[in-house]
Design a protein around this ligand. Structure first.
Ligand code: NDP
Ligand code: GDR
Length: 357
C-alpha cells in the first residue's frame, strides 16, 4: 500500500487531498498542530470512529517550524509521497507576521527536503510543493505560464518564492523528485472564511436570510483566476505521478473581478445587486429593496496589491491530461452559495451564532 504524508491536512486542500488519496487506496498520514480549540472540522469524517469510512488514515501532532519533529515523522512513516501544503496562507496577514510566514512557508519547505535527504529517502520519496500564482504578483506577462518571471508582492509571496526555488534546487542538486505545482486561486465549500470568495458567499447567504445587513470588502477590481479545489487536488497527485519531475501551472485560464464574484453570489442567494459610485464610495445596492448590501472598507486593501492573475494551464492539459474547466466559474459560485445557505439552515435549527468575519 502506497503511503502519503500531507502537511496542512486540516486546511481546504489537505482535507480534499486526503479524501482523494484514501479513495485511491493510499495509507494517508497528516500532520496537525495543537490548537486550544478544534481545528479538525474538515477531516472529522476521516478519523472520528463513528463517521470514518477508512482504516488507513492517521494523524500526528507536528509543526513546520519544528525540525526534529519533521525529521522524526518522516523517518517513522517513510512516505512514498509528501504533499507539503502547510502554510500561513493568508496574503494580508503575512504583512503582519512576515517572519513567521518566512519560517513556515519558506524554511518549512527546506525542513521537509532536508529531512528526506538526511534520511536517505531521496530515491523513494516524491515531494510536492504547494507553490502559488502569488509568485507572479506584479505580472510581467499575461497569461502567466511556467516560464513567466516572478515578482511577488507580499511577505507570503516572497516566502513561497524561497519554497519554489529550494524545491527546484534540491531536484537539480540531489536528483530528488521534488516538484512545484504553481496553483492559481482555488475555492470551495471548505474554503477558509477570511478569503474573499467564502467571505462573500457566507455573507450573501446571511444577508438573504436577514441575519446580516451588509458586507464590507476591499478592492472590488482585483481579478483572479478562480478554480474548484476538488479539481486542483487531483492535479497535485497527477504532478507526482508524471514520469519526470517538472513544475506545472494549474489554472482555469479565465479571470473575473471580485465585483463579478459578489454579483453572482448574491444572485444565487436571491438578491440582484446594482453597483453605484466609484472607488471607496462604491456600493452594491439591493435592486428590490434599495438597501446597501456591499460597501468598500479600505481596511481590507493590501499594502501592495496583486491586481490581476490569469493562468495558462496548457502544459498541464497536454502532459497530465488534466481538464482545467471541469467546474466552470458559475458552477463554483453556485456550489459555495448553496452550501452556505444549507449551513445557515442547519444553524437556524440549533442556536444561531453571530460570528463576525
Ligand atoms: P489553508 O489555509 O486552508 O490551510 C493551511 C494548512 O496549513 C492548515 O492545515 C494549517 O493548520 C496548516 N499550517 C499552518 N501553519 C502551520 C504550521 N506552522 N505547521 C503545520 N501546519 C501549519 O490553505 P489551503 O488549503 O487553501 O492551501 C494549501 C496550500 O496551498 C498552502 O500552502 C497555500 O499557501 C497554497 N496555495 C493555496 C491556494 C488556494 O487558492 N487555496 C493557491 C496556491 C497555493 P491549521 O488548520 O492548524 O491552521
Ligand atoms: P489571495 O486570496 O490573496 O489571492 O490569496 P484572497 O481571497 O484573500 O484575495 C483575493 C483578492 O480579493 C481582494 N479582496 C479581498 N480579499 C480578502 N481576503 N478580503 C476582502 O474583504 C477583500 N476584498 C477584496 C484581495 O485584495 C485580493 O486581490 C489566495 C490564498 O489562498 C493564497 O494562499 C494563495 O497562494 C493565493 O490565493 C493564490
Amino acid at each position: 500500500m502506497r503511503k502519503a504524508l500531507i502537511t496542512g491536512i486540516t486546511g481546504q486542500d489537505g482535507s480534499f487531498l486526503a479524501d482523494f488519496l484514501l479513495e485511491k487506496g493510499y495509507e494517508v498520514h497528516g500532520i496537525i498542530r495543537r490548537s486550544s480549540s478544534f481545528n479538525t472540522e474538515r477531516i472529522e469524517h476521516l478519523y472520528i470512529e463513528e463517521l470514518k469510512t477508512s482504516e488507513n488514515f492517521f494523524i500526528h501532532y507536528g509543526d513546520m517550524t519544528d525540525t526534529s519533529n519533521v525529521i522524526r515523522l518522516i523517518s517513522e512513516i517513510k512516505p512514498d509521497e509528501i504533499y507539503n501544503l502547510a502554510a500561513m496562507s493568508h496574503v494580508k496577514v503575512s504583512f503582519e507576521t512576515p517572519e513567521y510566514t518566512a519560517d513556515v512557508d519558506g524554511i518549512g519547505t527546506l525542513r521537509i527536503l532536508e529531512a528526506v535527504r538526511i534520511l536517505g529517502l531521496q530515491q523513494k520519496t516524491r515531494i510536492y510543493q504547494a507553490s502559488t500564482s502569488e509568485l507572479f504578483g506584479k505580472v510581467q506577462e499575461v497569461p502567466q505560464k511556467e516560464t513567466t518571471p516572478f515578482y511577488p508582492r507580499s511577505p507570503y509571496g516572497v516566502a513561497k518564492l524561497y519554497g519554489f526555488w529550494i524545491t527546484k534546487n534540491y531536484r537539480e542538486s540531489y536528483g530528488m523528485f521534488a516538484v512545484n505545482g504553481i496553483l492559481f486561486n482555488h475555492e470551495s465549500e471548505r474554503r477558509g472564511e477570511t478569503f474573499v470568495t467564502r467571505k462573500i458567499t457566507m455573507a450573501a447567504a446571511r444577508i438573504a436570510s436577514g441575519k446580516q445587513q451588509k458586507l464590507s470588502l476591499g478592492n472590488l477590481d482585483a481579478r483572479r483566476d478562480w478554480g474548484y479545489a476538488k479539481d486542483y487536488v487531483e492535479c497535485m497527485w497527477l504532478i507526482l505521478q508524471h514520469d519526470t519531475p517538472e513544475d506545472f501551472v494549474i489554472a482555469t485560464g479565465e479571470m473575473h473581478t471580485v465585483r463579478e464574484f459578489a454579483t453572482l453570489a448574491f444572485l444565487h442567494a436571491g438578491i440582484e445587486i446594482e453597483w453605484q459610485g466609484e472607488g471607496v464610495e462604491e456600493k452594491g445596492i439591493n435592486k428590490r429593496t434599495g438597501e446597501v448590501v456591499v460597501e468598500v472598507n479600505p481596511d481590507y486593501f493590501r499594502l501592495a496589491e496583486v491586481e490581476q492573475l490569469l493562468g495558462d494551464p496548457s502544459k498541464a492539459k497536454r502532459l497530465l491530461n488534466w481538464n482545467p474547466t471541469a467546474t466552470p466559474f458559475e458552477e463554483l459560485v453556485e456550489i459555495m452559495v448553496k452550501n452556505d445557505l444549507r449551513l445557515l439552515g442547519k444553524e437556524k435549527q440549533e442556536a444561531y451564532s453571530t460570528k463576525e468575519f
